[in-house]
Design a protein around this ligand. Sequence first.
Ligand code: SF4
Ligand code: SF4
Length: 95
Amino acid sequence: MTYVITEPCIDVKDRACVDVCPVDCIHEEGDADRMLYIDPNECIDCGACEPSCPVTAIFAEDDVPDSAKEFTALNAQWYQDKAAVRARVNAIKPA
Ligand code: SF4
Ligand code: SF4
């Protein structure tokens, strides 16, 4: 399992989750990214990030709302193909 960051993070990015993650598995690359992404291969499912998020963007994988299911794959994909995920985020929520 993993935790997943979803659409409400877009353009918020306050990084509260980063401060509480014990394994440093939540990343972005500055202005290139409009949201943050959890590395599913590093996340230890501790749940610390979920309540830290001021916009309720973080869910356990099993609890991701149906309307946000795509973000489970997008979090993982960002660690393989950042450009594709950035383009998809821009399509989901035009700047
Ligand atoms: S569940 Fe824990 S390990 Fe996973 S991203 Fe959140 S704080 Fe980090
Ligand atoms: S705490 Fe929520 S809004 Fe802030 S960076 Fe993390 S996921 Fe995004």
